[in-house]
Design a binder for this molecule. Structure first.
Ligand SMILES: C[S@@+](CC[C@H](N)C(=O)[O-])C[C@H]1O[C@@H](n2cnc3c(N)ncnc32)[C@H](O)[C@@H]1O
Length: 287
C-alpha cells in the first residue's frame, strides 16, 4: 500500500503532497475496474513523482537496477540472463534507472510508464547521467508494440501491483516477447497484504484476510479513487502467468541482508528478517 497512506499530512515535504494535490479524504475497500485504476494511478504517480524520487532516489540510484527494498541488484542476481545485444522492455519504469543500467550492459532497453511526470524525471536523469533511453508513455494493459518485438521484459514494482487485470498484462507481455524470451517482474510479496503497512511492530500483527482480494483505495470527497492497489494471492499470480502461456521458472523471495538498515515505506529490517517483502517471478515464453 501507499507509503504515505498513514500520514496524509506529511509535514516534511516542501511542496504539496500528492494526497493534498488529489484531495485524498480517506481510505476505501471496493471493486475497481481497469479504467478507474489506470486513471487513479496516472494521477497518483504524476502528483507523487517529485516526492517519490526525493525520498527514494538514493535507494534506486540513477544508473542501477535494484529489484526491491531488500536491495537485490540485477548485477548480482542476474535474473534476466545475458542482456548484451538484447531488446528489453521495462514495464512501469518510473524514472528508468533500471533501463539506463541495462543500456550500460549493452542492451537496447525501452522504458514504458503511465506517468508523464515519472518520464520527465527519466528524461532529465538520462541527460544528467549521459545514458539516455527511449521512453514510452502508455499503460501496461495495452502495450503499444508489435508482436515478438522484445527479447526480454522486466518490471521492478512497476505497474503489476496497480492494474485491475494483471492477467491482461501477462498476456500482453507474452505477445510482445519473442518465443523463448524472458519476463521477470517484482511485486510486493502477497503475504504482506495481511499486515498493516507499518515498518514497526504494529506491522507484525495480522489485520485482514490474505484471501480478501478487495482492492485498497484512497478516495477523494466524492469517493473517486486517488490511489489504487490490487491484491493477488501467490496462487493467483502463478495462475495469471500460466494462463497467459508463460512458463514459471522461479519465484525469488529476497531475504533481508545483514547490515541493511534502510526503511522504505513498509519495508524494514524488523519485518524483512521475519517474512518476505518481495516476490520476483521469473518466467519465459516457450520457444
Ligand atoms: C513504485 S514505481 C517503480 C518504478 C521504478 N522501478 C522505480 O523504482 O522508480 C511504480 C511505477 O509504475 C508505474 N505504473 C503504475 N501503474 C501503471 C500502469 N498501469 N502502466 C504502466 N505503468 C504504471 C508508475 O507510474 C510508477 O512509475
Amino acid at each position: 500500500m501507499n507509503d504515505a497512506a498513514q500520514d496524509v499530512s506529511d509535514g516534511d515535504r516542501t511542496g504539496a503532497s500528492a494526497e493534498a494535490l488529489l484531495g485524498t479524504a480517506g481510505i476505501a475497500r471496493r471493486e475497481v475496474g481497469s479504467a478507474e485504476s489506470q486513471r487513479a494511478s496516472r494521477a497518483w504517480w504524476d502528483a507523487d513523482a517529485d516526492d517519490y524520487l526525493g525520498e527514494h532516489s538514493a535507494d534506486i540510484g540513477q544508473v542501477d537496477f535494484v529489484w526491491s527494498p531488500e536491495a537485490l541488484r540485477e548485477a548480482d542476481a542476474r535474473l534476466l540472463g545475458d542482456v548484451a545485444g538484447r531488446r528489453v522492455l521495462e514495464v512501469g519504469c518510473g524514472s528508468a534507472p533500471c533501463s539506463r543500467w541495462l543500456a550500460t550492459q549493452g542492451a537496447s532497453p525501452v522504458g514504458l510508464d503511465l506517468s508523464a511526470a515519472m518520464l520527465r524525471h527519466a528524461r532529465a536523469a538520462g541527460v544528467a547521467s549521459g545514458v539516455a533511453v527511449p521512453l514510452v508513455l502508455a499503460g501496461a494493459e495495452y502495450l503499444p508494440f508489435a508482436d515478438a518485438s522484445f527479447d526480454i521484459a522486466c518490471s521492478a514494482y512497476g505497474a503489476v501491483p496497480f492494474v485491475a487485470d494483471p492477467g491482461r498484462v501477462m498476456r500482453e507481455v507474452h505477445r510482445v516477447l519473442r518465443p523463448g524470451g524472458r519476463w521477470v517482474f517484482a511485486v510486493n510479496h502477497p503475504m504482506r497484504w495481511v499486515f498493516p503497512d507499518d515498518p514497526g511492530p504494529d506491522g507484525l500483527v495480522v489485520g485482514q484476510s490474505y484471501f480478501d482480494r478487495t482492492p485498497y483505495l484512497e478516495v477523494d470527497d466524492d469517493g473517486a479513487a486517488t490511489y489504487v492497489e490490487h491484491h493477488r494471492t501467490m496462487g493467483d499470480r502463478i495462475r495469471d502467468v500460466v494462463a497467459a502461456g508463460l512458463v514459471l521458472d522461479d519465484v525469488v523471495e529476497p531475504e533481508w541482508p545483514d547490515g541493511h538498515e534502510r526503511i522504505w515505506g513498509q519495508w524494514s529490517p524488523l519485518r524483512g528478517k521475519l517474512f518476505p517483502g518481495t516476490a520476483i517471478f521469473v518466467t519465459h515464453r516457450p520457444a
